[in-house]
Write a protein that binds this ligand. Sequence first.
Ligand SMILES: [Zn+2]
Ligand SMILES: [Zn+2]
Length: 422
Amino acid sequence: MLQNRSVTDIVRSVRRMFGGRPRAAAVLITALLLAAVPLIGSARTASLSSPSAGYVGSATAGGHYDYAGLIHVHTTYSDDATGTYEDLARVAGGQGIRFVVVTDHETLKAIGDGKQGWRNGVLMLTGVENARPEGHLLGMGISNAPNRREVPTTAYLQAVKAQDGLSILAHPAHRKWAWEGPVDERIDGIEILDLADQFYAAPLEAKLAAVAMLPVNRMAGYLELGTKAEPALRIWDRITQQRRFVGLYAADLHQAIELWGEEKMVFPPAEDVMRIARNHIVSAKPFSGEFTADADLVYGAIRAGHLYVAVDVLGDSTGFMFKASNRGGEAWMGDEIRAAPGTRYTVELPESAQRLEAVVRVLRNGIEVARSAAGQRVYQFVDDRPGIYRVEVTTMVPTAFGPDREMTWIYANPIYARDAAV
Ligand SMILES: [Zn+2]
Ligand SMILES: [Zn+2]
């Protein structure tokens, strides 16, 4: 599956080239490249290993189904984005993505226009992104929303809840649009990783390195920008202490960056964004091909937290699972379990975990309590205590002009081990 050079190999070879004078080389290359920004869009990606290989939607070794998808994507229904439902479905289908939740700004018009449904092997769903005075919210699984800004946020949330829909905090730690307000109990979850936000938040050195790497290999360029969204993770860990609260990945795909005036560049293209990271939902039953049932399957998995976030450009994560069992029963990521003696937590990792020498970090109530050895396919631990348990899988990633750094490859939703008395 991984015959081609991986993106990390490409970065390592560039680093070798500039072994002696990394900073000087980065500055020089960056200066040259900034003069040629329009060429970046044509940079090659062909030599990359494809994370989409093997994404066929068949049952995993564990007997459940694992479907990769994107949430928070913009189309031409937003005036700051390019790309239609048809375009996105075509690209997504070629990348093994099985569902896309489109969330255009303040509009659900696409529903009436018949844009939802199975298209090119991809379940296209319509949600909405709504700018509230406190920040941005995604709404999913709804057919109408009081989009006007004058509507109080509590009334807006009530309208979503009344339709059995989902509300998600979008880019909660964004420099301009951070969520400023209480996290109402009708808000179901949070973006723990927002791709567009990553690009803005990266330090200047990383941005320069990214520009330098883009013409060599676009994926390697993007990788330079990947940072850990610590502020968003802190909010997530805080709320999960109080109640179930799903964490998900937002592509926030626009395919448009403003250059000057009305001029826009189609960047970063959907082909790239769709390879970088995905949500994976896990489900006991497969897609049926029938729209309503399959939409329910996706929204149901998101609501349940049967979801993990993976930076799949580092390695195909399909088949990852985090679950717990004791004599009271079994729980998947996102579920609750009654804390009991001998509660065993199991992390199952895909084949690529070995190549990546991946390490499982166990966090209990937001604090790391254990770490696995590198490159294991199965990691287990026993913990009798109540608590909120989540795992991150990390790997060391090279940078073109600096030292290796630890990146999180997979974020799993928590298992909520409840006190027997509660
Ligand atoms: Zn937004
Ligand atoms: Zn957005």
